[in-house]
Design a protein around this ligand. Sequence first.
Ligand SMILES: [Zn+2]
Length: 291
Amino acid sequence: MTLFPGKIYAQALLEALNIHGAPDPEDIAKRIGLAIEEADADGFEGALVRPVGVPLGAIALKKGVREKGRRNFTIAHEIGHFVLPGHDSIGNVCSSQQIESWSTDINHYEQEANEFAGELLIPTAQASPIVTKRLPSLKVIKEVAQHFNASLTASGWRFCELTPERCAMVMSTKRRIVWYKAAEDFRFHIKVGDEIEEGTVALDCFLGRKIPSAPVSVAASLWLASSNLLPQASVWEESILLPYYDSVLTLLWIKDRIERDAEWDEREEELLEPLDPQEFTLRRRKWPGKR
Ligand SMILES: [Zn+2]
């Protein structure tokens, strides 16, 4: 059984505070006894400061975070560290690489705080009706971002969690794939660590070329690490250059069947491989890629 405490705690907090419209994390922080302070910081983007044994604390935010959605996510992430069980025993100083990321390199406390923040900012109950009626596109993701005052990144992976379609959100930085978050039945691994290839819209974004304004069909092998692809398999791609960190966000959508053997599931196969006991937890959501 997979447990998602981040989601469950976020839903419980929204319910306890009786929040039904788009949540404002700054207001939520204040209501649960967390002050927000901006600080000159080099080593972190957000931090939770809490005196031992007192149910109060403060969130320190790095000064000058340009994007409102990113700032909101960081606040929500720190609220996560404040309310999630077990998080009081760890140091809650969070770097830019840990916030809003689904890299398997970050520890499970950070993943749990991100999962919490995603649900707190973009609650399933409110977002599902918007997402499930629409076909996957960055246009819908932008609407979600605007509605919930969230970043494009968080809105993108929340979209992938909630849509019934086979979608994945991919983050690339400096022309390399850094992480992705896929819908439950996406069933493929994306080539994390690899360089973005010629033929993708993502590369066009990095190189400043003109990009199409709607999803386009590209060879599936440019993105997916699999030996189970049909010849000529394609995925729908839409990419956008993020105005910071030299990064590109990509929405992938498997619209038609592209696997040779429809029963074969890479992730199930990996579950049969020996696991590193240090790495294994019930909360784990993603299995390492074969690399
Ligand atoms: Zn953190």
